[in-house]
Design a protein around this ligand. Sequence first.
Ligand code: BES
Ligand code: MN
Ligand code: ZN
Length: 493
Amino acid sequence: MSSPTPIRFISTELEDMASATGRVAVIVTPEGKMDPAARRANRLTKGALKRLLDSPRFAKAKTGQVISLGWPAGMVAEALDVLVLPRRTSDIEARKAGATLAKLRGDKALLVMSGNMTRAADLAMGIALRSYDFDAHKTVKEDAAKETGEVLIAHSRPEEMETGLVPRRAVAEGVHMTRDLVNEPANVLTTTNFADRLKEMEALGLDVEVLDEAALEKLGMRTLLSVGQGSDSPSKVVVMQWKGGDKDAAPLALVGKGVVFDTGGISLKPAGGMEDMTMDMGGAAVVAGTMRALALRKAKANVVGLVGLVENMPSGRATRPGDVVKSMKGDTVEIINTDAEGRLVLCDVMWYAQDRFAPAGMVDLATLTGAIIIGLGHENAGVFSNEDSFCNAFLKAAGAEGEGAWRMPLGKAYDDMLKSRIADMKNVGGRPAGSVTAAQFLQRFVKDGTPWIHLDIAGVASVKSETDYAPKGATGWGVMALDRLVRDRFEAE
Ligand code: BES
Ligand code: MN
Ligand code: ZN
């Protein structure tokens, strides 16, 4: 796993600025006001900063933007990063500014002169989130003399800021774990390797159980097993429990689709782009990253994370279109298309989660349908729910974290599209409203009285262009929103 960048708050010593290596960042307001550190930088550079502030370039600069002065005279650093930020910012503005500084720094050392900024912990979190690179499989590093530099943030109240950074660092580490899992290729991240990585989280105080095929067979999880039966990798369900709340408080259940590779099975996908299906375990990765964040920050809540880990492969043993299988719930499914496999994995794990834990709420996450990308692109995950107040709490949390989420409908007419001639239901409802009929399928496995949210993250789990907080590839979407949902709704103060 990629290790998190070391970030530390230190007390402000203006003397440090001249001798700092790597990069030094100072803050100026959009009106061009300098704080003592900026004035010191101006003095060291013999007025270069002031000339920048008087220039048309600065007049056009937007809040959150960074203007870099390269190889500044009078300083050892290779760049002076001038961050344009008002004295008062929102948490998100501060976070984005931190991410901008982190992107510029790459893996160089960075000294940020943050003065007495109130949102410095959020700035630090932005740096943590964006200090990420998945280079595990690059044998030739881009920069031969690569060594990761430290990030130091000078502040007037370093201890207070460090306290604020502790939970934020935990969440950033959870996000990084999710990204690592999503970016990892399927020959490395097999079902067994995935389960092993989750088992390692016991060191953080989580209870982690791995259910093997014999155990799943005994529980009757036939729909889940039918997806994995064409693969040489054994299917597994992993149960992670974080017990930070009241002993008898019902937990929040998080359920994730963990298809380590989705070929489509006998309903084989076309070759073009099939390599992207290494990310088809994105839901399970968000569950894992969220559990990691909750454990690292010792959340005062009970949360259980369950993931179904399978590989969808064609073979002589694979499920055929037309096969009928029985779910753990007892309902039978006619498998029309073996490529609609995510719902077959989730329905058994969701049923098991409710059966065993009687959760106060259940959120499932899955890279479930291509149709959600047609509908919402890569900006928003699809949100489906049977309970408005639970759903609104999630939408609010996602909005506050800047993670796009858009509610989609459910309804009987969509459910009717799943009628089968020979079984209780089909696993596909045809092309129209493909994401909605997938959600309807899942809802058949939600017990009356369980508040439930289904998140279709096919469009947001991994993207081809960089985002505010992540380079190209895995985003870690959802960890921050779910962490905040836990804080808002499940954590007792
Ligand atoms: N894993 C895919 C969905 C997907 C597509 C995720 C693109 C990420 C990017 C899912 O298992 C799938 O194949 N869905 C089918 C459903 C169809 C057969 C009803 C789809 O979307 O085409
Ligand atoms: Mn599929
Ligand atoms: Zn899939």
